[in-house]
Ligand binder design. Structure first.
Ligand code: MN
Length: 200
């Protein structure tokens, strides 16, 4: 019996044009409808392949299949987190509350956190992500650098905020100038959502 449950592309909580001038309508649309959709399709195709092989009792290349599945699911989950921690400029609330207390305690100041997070994003080798994470055990926020979609993640650590630095996230607007895109990102952070993720 095939499991009919598959991934689907989540809707955005804003319009494609709402991130202008930080992300253009064309860039955001392509990123969401083409790139994110490709990870959804990729993961679903692998599930279908697995379903079929299991039904037929056929062999599969487990190692490469699992690697590909993890890449695609990682892409889907990270993009979903990314869209959620973006908000049109002025609509994402304020950096404050328990999140700000925690960040200020860990990094000394918001400016210091911003600098370290931006440097993490800028120095990802090739394609990847910068992520703000949180260790519940020691109640400390920490920055992760994720290569591609699935490396260097601390298992089960909550992810509060991510920034996509795959070139597909910014090439239309910024060409190869990743630093300029990272600087723009700080204008469209949804701090309310980042706070909610910490409190959850
Ligand atoms: Mn992306």
């Amino acid at each position: 019996m095939e499991n009919p449950k598959l991934y689907s592309l989540p809707k955005l909580n804003y319009d494609y044009k709402d991130m202008v001038p930080y992300i253009s309508e064309e860039q955001l649309r392509i990123h969401h409808q083409k790139h994110h959709q490709a990870y959804v399709n990729g993961a679903n195709a692998i599930f279908k392949k697995l379903d079929k092989a299991r039904k037929e009792g056929a062999d599969i290349d487990v190692k490469s299949t699992l690697k590909e599945l993890s890449f695609n699911i990682g892409g889907h989950v990270l993009h979903s987190l990314f869209w959620g921690n973006l908000a049109p400029a002025g609509k994402g609330g304020k950096f404050g509350g328990a999140l700000a207390d925690s960040i200020n305690k860990e990094f000394g100041s918001f400016e210091r956190f911003k600098k370290e997070f931006s440097q993490a994003a800028a120095s990802v080798e090739g394609s990847g992500w910068a992520a703000l994470s949180f260790s519940e055990q020691i109640q400390r926020p920490l920055i992760m650098q994720i290569e591609k979609h699935n490396m260097e993640v601390y298992p089960a650590f909550k992810i509060l905020m991510v920034l996509d630095v795959f070139e597909h996230a910014y090439y239309i607007d910024y060409k190869n100038d990743r630093a300029k895109f990272i600087e723009a990102f700080w204008n469209i952070v949804n701090w309310d959502e980042v706070s909610r993720r910490m409190e959850r």
